[in-house]
Write a protein that binds this ligand. Structure first.
Ligand SMILES: [Zn+2]
Length: 172
């Protein structure tokens, strides 16, 4: 089932999310719904607070090549255990900040530990778009958005655009 995605500004997007104690049936269902919502958007990552659930859960799939097999990843309690000194810059966007993009610098490679959808502990290194995406989504679990890396003026400009968009959506 598709869920609706919160648009910034929303207080739920600024909250530090709670760790998941157990991968319950309810949370597995939420993860499935989030993947469906992400693919439908379309997007390459989605965090639980973006659908209004303040739990440490993200989903991602950065396979973009036509005809390539999808690689959906479900991560409960994801944690960056190591990050490279080398950085990379991506033009980032966010499903909660539609049609706004900005170049953000982050570590180029990260090692991430998480609990998968079967409750199994996993650890893996990511680079390229995957590294950027997983860091962007983990930021969401700490109430941080990509625009928080921008200078205040640029951030305020984007926030005002989003406030206008939300007023328009509310009227529609
Ligand atoms: Zn985002």
């Amino acid at each position: 089932m598709k869920r609706s995605i919160l648009i910034h500004p929303d207080p739920r997007l600024k909250k530090v999310c709670d760790p998941v104690a157990d991968v319950t049936g309810e949370l597995s269902m939420l993860a499935k719904d989030m993947l469906e919502t992400m693919y439908d958007a379309p997007g390459i990552g989605l965090a639980a607070p973006q659908v209004g659930v303040l739990s440490r859960l993200i989903v991602l799939d950065c396979i973009k090549e036509d005809g390539a097999a999808p690689r959906p990843l479900v991560m409960f309690n994801p944690e960056i255990v190591a990050a490279s000194e080398q950085t990379s810059v991506y033009d980032e966007g966010c499903l909660s900040i539609p049609e706004q993009y900005a170049e953000i610098t982050r570590p180029a490679e990260v090692e991430v530990a998480w609990i998968d959808e079967h409750g199994k502990a996993r650890q893996e290194g990511f680079d390229g778009l995957w590294a950027t995406c997983v860091q962007h989504e983990i930021d969401h679990l700490n109430g941080k958005l990509f625009i928080d890396y921008l200078k205040p003026l640029k951030r305020q400009m984007i926030t005002r655009k989003m406030q206008k968009l939300k007023r328009e959506l509310a009227r529609a």
